[in-house]
Design a protein around this ligand. Structure first.
Ligand code: NDP
Length: 349
């Protein structure tokens, strides 16, 4: 089976069956394969917010990131962990565990010459002996974990005693941003969309947390929770919360622009209030794509492994079982129905 793209959607929340759908794949697992080709059996899929963005019309909505748009009728793509089941490629051998970006299919044929993501695939056989669940290698020790770490350290440059605010704080990236910042001696504040998520943030050590959906004035709330002001804002959502963070920012604050999920399904934001504060407060706002920091990934995995082993980091995931759940899971993340990192378990490791 595979998740295919059915229809372009610039504004609005996608609907299963109308914009994306799970359908039978035409892949023939017994057909001969060419030199250098190999077939992967998908084991686990990472459901990330960005999966929504390549559904937009390339000509009217300029991609903010170097992503490939989906073509109508073709499978959509995302981060996966897989096992090689057939191979005529010397770098990918039968039985190898592979992580990276693939089309979302139960079985996927990789033709390195034509597959746009082939260079993102890495053999990760050390995972077999790692002692951590396979999902962890796509979540806390994978791309979202690395995003939290790289964004915080490379752009945020956290210093002990400073105050950090992170939005979508209970999610795949956010829950780590707060905990890693706490390990560096920062005062940490998080926002999330349900009271249950807010309670979880306090449980894992955030100093303060609030439900942005039931908070009438977010700027006022931030002023109350951080009278000392905010030195680092890790932005996962954009919009109103970004506006509020600008108001509470201290001089020389760093804004880590990681994502803006509040506009992935709605109109692009037209003018953010409070931008003038960037001038007077000498605020630095910097966007990034995690792959920019690829050279730091090895060191990140080592450090995260140690923190997990020492019990210094806790991590929450929501794992649904069965490939058929993939399309719905993609939408759930856009609506905030996920609690922690959303994944789909397709097959046993
Ligand atoms: P999450 O696990 O945090 O899931 C997304 C969450 O966003 C939802 O659970 C929901 O939580 C929240 N959300 C949805 N709609 C809104 C809205 N309108 N306003 C505020 N919050 C909303 O996702 P990730 O941790 O994987 O990703 C977080 C951000 O980081 C995203 O913007 C993503 O695109 C970005 N990202 C960027 C990368 C990069 O390289 N720059 C790499 C990876 C991720 P709630 O219930 O709290 O509303």
């Amino acid at each position: 089976k595979q998740v295919i793209f059915l229809k372009t959607l610039d504004i609005g929340y996608p609907v299963v069956g109308e914009h994306i759908a799970v359908q039978e794949s035409s892949i023939d697992l017994n057909a001969p394969i060419e030199q250098d080709e190999f077939i992967l059996k998908t084991l686990t899929i990472s459901i990330d917010p960005f999966i929504r963005n390549p559904m937009k019309t390339p000509s009217t909505k300029k991609s903010a990131a170097p992503i490939a748009y989906y073509s109508i009728g073709s499978p959509i793509y995302g981060f996966t962990a897989s096992r090689v089941i057939r191979s005529r490629n010397t770098k990918f051998n039968e039985g190898d565990i592979v992580t990276g970006v693939t089309y979302l299919e139960e079985y996927t044929l990789i033709s390195p010459k034509t597959n746009p993501f082939a260079s993102w695939l890495t053999v990760r056989n050390e995972i077999k002996e790692s002692g951590f669940p396979l999902s962890y290698h796509l979540s806390v020790m994978g791309m979202p974990g690395f995003t939290a770490h790289a964004g915080l350290f490379e752009i945020g440059k956290p210093k002990k005693g400073e105050t950090l605010f992170v939005s979508a704080a209970s999610g795949a990236v956010g829950q780590l941003v707060g905990q890693i910042a706490k390990l560096q001696g920062l005062y940490t504040i998080g926002s999330a969309g349900t009271d249950e998520k807010v309670a979880y943030l306090k449980e894992i050590g955030f100093d303060a947390a609030f439900n942005y959906k039931t908070t009438p004035d977010i700027a006022e709330k931030l002023a109350e929770l951080a009278p000392q002001g905010i030195d680092i804002y890790f932005d996962n959502v954009g919009g109103e919360i970004l506006e509020a963070a600008l108001e509470s920012a201290n001089r020389f604050a760093r804004f880590i622009c990681c994502g803006m999920i509040s506009i992935y399904n709605t109109e692009n934001q037209v003018g953010i209030r409070n931008v003038f504060q960037i001038v007077g407060k000498h605020i630095t706002m910097e966007g990034f794509m995690v792959q920019d920091y690829g050279h730091l990934e090895g060191a990140f995995i080592k450090e995260m492994k140690q923190w997990l082993n020492e019990g210094k980091i806790k991590y929450r995931e929501t794992i649904v079982e069965g490939f058929d759940q993939t399309a719905q899971a993609i939408l759930d993340v856009q609506y905030g129905k996920n609690f922690g990192k959303q994944l789909v378990k397709v097959a046993d490791f």
